[in-house]
Design a protein around this ligand. Structure first.
Ligand code: GLC
Length: 664
């Protein structure tokens, strides 16, 4: 059962797809109080209650014990003390004495104090918000009801489940060829190479630097013929430059965000002075989406949307004023206080609340100051592209994912989790984040494998890969200036080849489970307690996951570890894989075990009564042989499995499932 309650005048978010009338009264079990800034919803937690959800957020799977903000924010220093990341996913699931879900649908900031100020109290603060309280038979049932409310999840083309190599630093066609040849030479699988901002002409969206890429269509066609797709980045802001058609057309049509007086609001990002498309205006949104045609027509079929929190390095007005203050200080003898004051002008230029308060959107339900609709920006930028793809090729699936997001975007695209670092703690964080993302519909998701910032190591890379093969979006991405982390440069190339090969072997399983969950609101990755709700120990496990209907994983997340302790919540079959076609199996009873996991092996657990299809490893998705499958099985009677038999590209073929009966 879902009940909706409305407070103030919420902005239209289009997060939900089922219209509900608001109920009058208290949104029990929350109590409500008005505050100076809005409304506060409070719930007294039982001592053993866990709180799941919030999608892309910091800390563990169980969110209890910290304060979180939904405020889409571009800052690559992702340390424990932070309270917000790039996405705003306002769904929580209280799991315990009373299990229920709640969604706080609001385009502006929402604060979740989950036992931070008072260890036993959960409070949520927002202004102008629709609150949905969701009850059901159990945790998964509640998630499914919520997912019905917000609509089915995006399903990318099948090649997007292959392995992707990316790095901010590949500058030209020769760099792309080096990557492609490196993977092919070492016989390590590859399905995608990403193009970061250097492919553009002067960081102008939808342009290509022809000195660096003399013939992008030819390069794209050549690589695609070998199953490798090029995936360029698109940034939110548009460069201010006379003669640049996207800029000129947008200004002429009034499609950019404006200041109070109605003049285009100038910000600075990669290309210097830039304007933000007003993607809350449906006409402007589709217009921006239609610009993707320039690259679609060159054979590109996938995009990653970036800087769409929107990230602002500075606003033109505030930068000029800061420069003015510095100019006044030239030649002066600055005592420390004056020095701090002068330099302080530059400390708060980026992503400043004052700037977000200074520009406006023309949305269907009125003119809104950006602050009130902030968390909807990346969602609508990405939605514009998806809406245009629908016009461009209605039955075709394109790869599309975004850095910033809000619930609703999950129907149009996937997400990656932003600028993490090559730290063991970020591998752990990656694992902990997945179920929350699934709850909120973001099934096609993943973190930058190996870490975006800082220096990776061969060991971290292998361990991250051993987890990453179970994540739908499997992309190795790093920032410029960091140590190279393409798999073919490391010492133990065979280990990379084999571990990544396992991804392709399990793809018939991962893909079938993904498509099923995307359609029926299931969770591809779940905390253990979702399947074992009466097991108190299962509720505390933070670094193991159930993946799909059949298996449990327990990745190694410590440097120099030779293995790890694993909690097995029920009798299972332990599968130890060296390669997709080379494995051993052993039955383990419920209990805790120390399991050895060498760097070049993957260990996972098959649930009793379940089966899992396996293909032979392949060099890419296009060459995967799904006709000759073998089966992992832990069954005593014939068991059915529904395997997705779509064509990998069209929306219409997604209905094609084959039910296979597996004999014991
Ligand atoms: C942002 C993105 C990152 C990208 C960089 C350059 O930081 O999050 O993935 O490499 O911009 O485009």
């Amino acid at each position: 059962m879902i009940k909706k309650y409305t407070y103030g005048k919420p902005i239209q978010t289009d997060a939900t797809v089922i219209p509900l009338n608001a109920t009058v009264g208290m949104p029990a079990p929350f109590t409500v109080t008005e505050t100076e800034t809005g409304v506060q919803f409070a719930y007294a937690m039982d001592r053993d209650d866990a709180v799941f959800g919030l999608g892309e957020q910091l800390r563990g799977m169980n969110k209890r014990g910290w304060i979180y903000e939904s405020w889409n924010y571009d800052d690559p220093s992702i340390t424990e003390g932070r309270s917000c990341l790039y996405g705003a996913h306002n769904f929580i699931l209280i799991f315990g004495k009373k299990t229920f879900g709640a969604f706080f649908d609001c385009g502006g900031k929402v604060t979740f104090d989950i036992g931070y100020s008072d260890p036993d109290l959960l409070t949520v603060c927002a202004k102008d918000v629709d609150v949905y309280v969701i009850e059901g038979e159990n945790a998964l049932d509640i998630v499914k009801k919520f997912r019905t409310l917000i609509g089915p999840s995006y399903i990318p083309p099948k090649w997007a489940f292959g392995y992707a190599q990316s790095k901010w630093g590949y500058k030209c066609e020769a760099d792309i060829r080096t990557v492609y040849e490196g993977y092919r030479r070492e016989d390590i699988p590859l399905d995608m190479i990403y193009l970061d901002i250097d492919y553009m002409q002067d960081y102008k969206d939808f342009t290509v630097n022809v000195e660096r890429y003399p013939d992008l269509p030819a390069l794209s066609a050549e690589l695609k013929a070998d199953g490798v797709y090029l995936v360029p980045i698109i940034d939110a802001a548009v460069k201010v430059q006379a003669g640049y058609s996207v800029y000129e057309e947008g200004v002429e049509k009034g499609y950019f965000c404006t200041d109070k007086e109605g003049e285009p609001f100038v910000i600075g990002v990669w290309p210097g002075d830039s304007l933000l498309p007003d993607v809350l205006n449906p006409a402007a949104r589709l217009w921006f989406g239609s610009q993707y045609k320039a690259l679609l027509d060159q054979g590109i079929e996938g995009f990653w949307n970036d800087m769409n929190e929107p990230a602002i390095f500075y606003s033109k007005t505030r930068l000029q004023s800061a420069l003015g203050e510095v100019a006044k200080a030239v030649g002066k003898n600055l005592q420390v206080e004056e020095f701090n004051e002068v330099t302080g002008n530059f400390h708060h230029l980026a992503n400043s609340l004052a700037d977000y308060d200074s520009f406006y959107h023309n949305a269907p339900d009125g003119r809104h100051v950006h602050t009130d609709a902030h968390n909807l920006y990346g969602y609508n930028m990405t939605r514009g592209a998806a809406e245009y793809f629908e016009e461009y090729a209605p039955d075709r699936r394109f790869l599309l994912f975004s850095r910033s997001s809000y619930i609703g975007l999950h129907r149009y695209a996937g997400i990656w989790t932003g600028d993490n670092c090559s730290w063991w703690s970020h591998l752990k964080h990656n694992i902990a984040m997945m179920p929350g993302l699934d709850m909120c519909g973001f099934l096609y998701a993943g973190a930058d494998l190996g870490g975006h910032g800082d220096r990776t190591t061969e060991e971290l890379m292998l361990r991250w890969l051993a987890f990453g093969i179970f994540e739908p979006l499997l992309r190795n991405h790093a920032t410029q200036g960091t140590r190279d982390q393409e798999f073919y440069i490391f010492k133990d190339k065979k280990a990379f080849r084999n571990l990544l090969g396992i991804r392709y072997s399990i793809l018939p399983y991962l893909y079938s489970e993904f498509v099923t969950c995307a359609k029926n609101g299931g969770m591809l990755s779940r905390p253990l307690c979702f399947d074992y709700p009466d097991d108190a120990r299962a509720r505390t496990v933070e670094d193991q996951l159930l993946i799909g209907d059949s298996i449990m994983i327990a990745p190694v997340i410590e440097q120099n570890a030779r293995g790890r302790y694993v909690y097995v919540p029920a009798r299972m079959k332990m599968i130890r894989m060296k390669a997709g076609d080379r494995y051993t199996e052993r039955i383990v009873e419920k209990g805790e075990y120390y399991i050895e996991v060498p760097l070049d092996e993957i260990v996972f657990f098959l649930k009793e009564g379940k089966v899992m299809p396996l293909a032979k490893p392949a060099k890419n998705v296009a060459s995967l042989d799904e006709e000759h499958l073998t089966w992992l099985k832990f069954i005593s009677e014939p068991t059915q499995y529904r395997i997705c038999r779509d064509d990998g590209f069209s929306k219409s073929s997604l209905e094609n499932f084959e039910t296979v009966t597996v004999e014991p």
